[in-house]
Design a protein. Structure first.
Lengths: 549, 315
């Protein structure tokens, strides 16, 4: 057995990234579901071969599906989950949810109109069905009948309207007000149907409604210490910043959850969190420290839950300042990225290489035909000479695990071709106010968004407030507008391919890798979800997990 | 003696007031705009302006200071910026946790340390004394997170005798409570015993070298009586000071142990408040810590006065 003192991983995990992870999220999801339903190994292998995988790399899918292959779900048990952050500001008011612990509590206590699967496609939840008009300016939702709140009262269309109206309008305090800014009003069509009237098209509205903030509450709720929801668990105890306890809702309108109760709290210190998992004091931990990955893998009874995601760390070259305003300089930096090395040593294999644009295979609208930019120091040298830039300074804070190492790797590559890249370390505290989007070259970190349209709009649109590199490209603006309105799948794909190519070639963002969500999970836990939207399977797990004895 | 105590209390209150001004100024000059830092990456000009208005940052500093001071005197510690819970409710829970831990550690380590220090001083130069010296020096030289991590590694991860975090769900019986708190209590007891043992030993040895003790030995007084009845009372001053400083540390300084064991205590709350720029919380915690220090030092002074009559009549 490996020495438990070997905290620092040396060398990293050996993982073939061209295999299973080369499939798109939807293909992976379909394949995994097939395995969970019980196709034979031979059938699965032929599915994978048809998708272009070699037999060797195809084997890795079975390790991820092993948990689901276990016995049928068993009722009972109490799951303890330690997240990585909590605060006295934790709340049960969905419009104010900020952190993963809020999302998890929301998922246990409430429902939304829409449920997203692991490939981020929308499915009915409280909305029994949904449809749009031809140019995506009106969406109609039929509300499911027979759903009751935890206090026994019936869910009505008025409750749905009240919950959704909280997110629009000038007085809204919702954190995601901007996501629904195109909704002019929510109309009641009849006692079982509502309609969203938009003033600009949005083909992704159902996906949005499946995200964490759009939970359905009882109309008029104002006490969020003990609110009612329709979700799979009832609230037993809630002390913000300390813990919450949720017990199974035996009258749940869907296939009930399996565990008897959930206990959610946080252990902020990374080492203490890992210890708690190793000693069996908790069943789930979020945000596993990369240095502890090898330790968790080598310990019996626990394992690593790694879900590829669209989240990424980035190096930002502001395009309206020196030296980022020189496109040759930015291209040179892009060609100097040692993407495979960063993936292997910094992320320990838990991620995917990036192509200087945010929409990777975890997104439904990923453009697979975009060619991958290689590591090419000669080309970088050529572009650097053409740009005339001889040195630059980058400001770095450890805002994301391993980002300082990523910049150090770039610095070394620059030195190899005779370019002096100076690193200025700045504190994390106050980084987002003082350094981000204010200095010519710095670092940034982005979490995945539910759709490519949203991700590109908020970070790369010409008018976006959070456009890291101040990259104002009118063609991008036109394409974004068209993509929001486009309901035809093929045409949408074309638009996205052009947008992703544009971002990769012309924006000031260097995205060498995408991070997977890496969490720790006890071997007794089954049914863990794989949504790429956040830690612990996108916080979707409460309804689906069960414990083996 | 009454007037001496009264004077000490007055000085204590003056110290508290000066500290309140310093704490207030300190949180005012923290770098970075408060509203910007609270909102972080999701700041936009509109919600920045809204937050600034909510925090009343546009009012002059001394108006806010007197508002705050007044509130503190009547027990209204303000409202936390994160989530709007009252500071008093946040602190109450954590304060009782911290006091419980401090109390348990004190009860265990103070008598034990004084006893060991006494024994070492009574038999200077023997093997016991040398072991005690070496042991305490090692413990003092080693940082507390090392002690904590080492104990967790051995007792929790390898032997699985105790849980690795001090998680209190409120539903445990007495035995589970003891198990949950054992490791942090053990860690803290080790850490503070080192200093107290050394000070006891040093102070006693100092007193045992005085002429009147030599006289007592020559008179044939038994050793135990010399130490307990004569020397200890004179040596008690420095010992009490060290004990009191360690007690104050147990209330305000154990942030590292609280973090490692995920123990919901007051020190960690203050650090979290600093990171989220929750100024009201930071100020309230700082005032509590300072009050603790001032009160405990006052107690130390009074105890010294009680034990040593010579101090009551300064010549």
């Amino acid at each position: 057995m490996k020495s438990k003192l070997q905290w620092v991983s040396s060398g990293g995990l050996d993982r073939s990234e061209t295999g299973y992870n080369g499939l798109s999220a939807s293909e992976r999801s379909r394949l995994k579901n097939a395995i969970c339903r019980g196709v034979t190994r031979r059938e699965a292998m032929s599915m994978l071969a048809a998708a272009g995988l070699s037999l060797a790399s195809a084997g890795s899918i079975f390790t991820t599906a092993t948990r689901a292959l276990a016995a049928t779900p068993r009722k009972g048990g109490r799951i303890k989950c330690a997240m990585s952050a909590h605060s006295p500001g934790d709340t049960l008011d969905p419009q104010l949810f900020t952190s993963s612990i809020d999302f998890t509590r929301g998922r246990a206590h409430y429902n939304s109109l829409i449920r997203l699967d692991d490939a981020l496609r929308p499915h009915p939840e409280l909305a029994a069905s949904f449809s749009a008009n031809t140019n995506a300016t009106e969406w109609t939702f039929k509300i499911r009948k027979g759903v009751r709140f935890h206090d026994g009262s019936k869910l009505t269309v008025d409750d749905v309207l009240w919950s959704l109206n909280r997110h629009i309008g000038p007085n809204s305090k919702s954190k995601v007000k901007s996501l629904l800014s195109m909704v002019k009003e929510w109309k009641k069509v009849d006692p079982a149907t509502i309609k969203a009237v938009l003033d600009s098209p949005n083909s992704d509205l159902p996906v949005l409604l499946g995200t964490h903030h759009f939970k359905i509450l009882k109309a008029g709720t104002d006490n969020f210490q003990n609110p009612v929801g329709t979700g799979p668990f009832k609230l037993n105890e809630f002390k913000p910043g300390i813990r919450s306890v949720h017990v199974r809702n035996d009258d749940y309108w869907c296939d009930g959850p399996y565990v008897d109760a959930l206990e959610l709290f946080a252990i902020t210190e990374s080492t203490a969190r890992v210890n708690a998992l190793l000693t069996g004091d908790v069943h789930l931990i979020s945000n596993l420290d990369p240095k502890a990955i090898k330790l968790v893998e080598s310990t019996d009874g626990v394992g690593v839950w790694s879900v590829p995601s669209g989240s990424y760390p980035a190096i930002v070259c502001m395009t309206d300042a020196y030296p980022g305003e020189n496109p040759d300089f930015v291209l040179a930096m892009k060609y100097l990225q040692r993407r495979e090395r960063i993936l292997k040593s910094v992320l320990k294999g838990h991620g995917a290489i990036g192509n200087d644009q945010p929409i990777n295979a975890a997104y439904a609208d990923h453009c697979a035909s975009l060619s991958q930019r290689p590591y090419d120091p000669d080309r970088a040298k050529f572009h650097l000479k053409k740009s005339g830039v001889t040195s630059a300074e980058i400001q770095v804070a450890e805002i994301s695990n391993g980002i300082t190492d990523t910049v150090l790797i770039l610095q070394r590559e620059c030195a190899k071709i005779g370019f002096d890249l100076q690193i200025k370390r700045v504190p994390n505290d106050g980084y987002w106010g003082a350094v981000w989007m204010k200095t010519p070259m710095h670092v940034s970190d982005w979490n995945m968004r539910p759709t490519a349209n949203i991700m590109l709009s908020i970070a790369f649109g010409p008018e976006a407030k959070w456009n890291d590199s101040h990259w104002r490209n009118d063609r991008m603006g036109t394409l974004l507008k068209a993509a929001w309105a486009e309901t035809d799948a093929a045409r949408k794909k074309e638009l996205h391919c052009e947008m992703q190519t544009l971002v990769s070639n012309e924006s000031g963002m260097i995205i060498p890798v995408h991070k997977s969500s890496v969490d720790g999970i006890s071997d007794r836990v089954n049914g863990m979800t794989r949504s790429p939207l956040g830690t612990l399977g996108g916080s979707e797990w409460p309804e689906f997990v069960w414990l083996t004895s | 003696m009454g007037s001496m105590i009264a004077r000490r209390i007055a000085i204590g209150l003056l110290t508290l007031w000066v500290v309140s001004v310093v704490v207030f100024i300190g949180t005012e000059i923290l770098p970075g705009d408060v509203a910007q830092i609270i909102l972080g990456q999701s700041a936009t000009p509109e919600n920045l302006a809204a937050l600034r208005a909510e925090l009343r940052l546009d009012e002059p500093a001394f108006v806010r200071y007197f508002d705050w001071l007044g509130g503190m005197l009547v027990g209204d510690l303000g409202v936390s910026k994160a989530g709007g819970a009252t500071i008093a409710s946040l602190i109450q829970n954590r304060l009782s946790n911290t006091l419980m831990m401090a109390g348990i550690v004190t009860l265990i380590s103070v008598p034990l340390s004084v006893l060991i220090g006494l024994l070492a001083a009574m038999h200077p130069g023997t093997r016991l004394d040398r072991i005690v010296s070496f042991g305490t020096l090692s413990v003092i030289s080693v940082p507390e997170f090392f002690v904590a991590t080492f104990l967790v590694l051995i007792l929790a991860v390898q032997l699985k005798w105790l849980p690795s975090i001090a998680y209190l769900s409120g539903t445990e019986n007495a035995w589970d409570l003891i198990r949950a708190l054992a490791l942090p209590v053990f860690t803290l007891a080790i850490v503070i015993s080192g200093q107290m043992i050394r000070m006891t030993r040093a102070s006693l040895l100092n007193v045992l070298a005085t002429p009147y003790i030599e006289m007592a030995i020559l008179k044939g007084v038994p050793r135990k009586r010399i130490v307990l009845r004569h020397a200890l009372r004179n040596a008690i001053g420095p010992i009490i000071n060290v004990i009191v400083l360690n007690l104050a540390y147990l209330v305000s300084g154990v942030v590292i142990v609280e973090t490692i064991f995920a123990y919901p205590g007051l020190a960690k709350l203050m650090i979290d408040g600093v990171q989220t720029r929750d100024l009201a919380l930071v100020q309230a915690c700082a005032m509590i810590f300072c009050t603790t220090y001032v009160a405990l030092i006052l107690l130390a002074d009074i105890a010294a006065l009680l034990f040593n009559p010579r101090l009551r009549h300064p010549s």
